[in-house]
Design a protein. Sequence first.
Length: 525
Amino acid sequence: MGLLFESLLLDVGILVASVLSVVYAYFKWSFSYWKKRDIPYVEPSFPFGNVGEATLGRRNIGYVNRKLYNDLEGHRYGGMYIISRPKLFLRDPDLIKDVLVKDFSTFHDRGVYMNEEIEPLSGHLFSLPGKRWRNLRIKLSPTFTSGKLKMMFQRLVECGDELKLCLENIAGRGEVIEVKDILARFSTDVISSCAFGIECNCLKNENAEFRQWGRKFFKPSLKRIIIGMLSTAAPVVLDKLKLSIFDSDVSKYFRKMVEETVQYRETNNVKRNDFMQLLIQLKQKGSLDSEQGAEDRSDEEFSGIGETADGLSMNSLAAQAFVFFLAGFETSSTTMMFCLYELSVNPDIQERLRTEVDTVLEKHDGKLSYEAVQEMSYLDKVVSETLRKYPPVTSLDRECSKPYKIPETDIVLDKGTRVVIPVIGLHHDPKYYPDPDRFDPERFSEEEKQKRHHYVYLPFGEGPRICIGMRFGLMQTKVGLVSLLSKYQFSVSKKTPVPLVFDAKSFILAPAGGMWLQIKNRNMK
């Protein structure tokens, strides 16, 4: 019996050793991809390639992208690996322009993993490929015109007023507060109202149901990091195991909520000036009133799961509302948070901005209007500099849809090659932004902008796949900041993280341990 057991152990050991040898040989072969093509690359490590620190939750992915950018100093581009999958890392802004705009027909897809049968919410505009993306983009674009933004603007102002009211007693006592959470609650109120038509009142009730589900979705975890890496390096694994990139209970909640909202409005003929109403109109008619007959769909009708020639399916409608929540909630709240941090560290900049806010509001009889926000030029510079220093999305991805010859070289990229554009690396390159860690809004004066290459500032991407909700996100951020600065002043405290340390497990830039600032009423000593 003992000999049999020993023999079995030996056989198992040989099998495991053989499998490990095969796996190691596969990785070694995979890691030779860029070397064989005579392309400079950053040496990968088994088994995570160049993203081991991020995968293991030791460093934020933004830090990893910035380090890769610096490691490839002196090269226009270079190779890197996510697990075993090769990706081309672009540093040259002219090449970046080619990929995002000039040769967009070759790089029209992000290569983002999606499987609508497993997860219906994955079929949103950000992840859709090819013609399906184009058709949906054309339909959704009119929802973000200046006219539609003005239509929703009053709701943003109301949320801003609620934000001020929420902080009134705290500011009166000059307390130190964690601003990330309060700003997330403000963003949740804005998005829940404008995207879902729901008044969740997170500012009044921090444990509101909608806020709890949003918090659960964005909660960092090692599991989600690993699934994210697999979605890039080995999506077939997710398909075979039927793994969703979202938690199933989160997905069910959002889909049920959207379906109930749509059914209620359609049954009771309820109409509101919000994003949900525009999606319902697309579902019912296939287009918005302002664009009826404006486009020719003779050869590009909707196809595949999620859309029909007549309009949006319920699943597709839910997916678009969901991505609006994802894109508008966390990015806007973190941008406001980092902005308040920099204004606290740089009180002279805060005072200059507050002076502009006071001057413009006085000109508009003390009322915050769409036009008033547009007139705040220094506010625009401050927000732009915040997005430069802390881009919520630290890199952009594109996938090569056919063989592509890199301009001015003999190198041809294979079909399916992923391309990475390191936004955070470009934003912190001293060639483009001298002393890049210094917060200086004047980098975005018209004169300074003219000096720089247009494609070294990409907080929202660029080209045909630029963020469709960019103007809404900026408006939401600015309304929140104006609401706060018109009444309160912010400063650093003993709990303020100086210098900042970023949360290693967060997939967007976020401070570890939150953001603690002191808030006071204006002119309070």
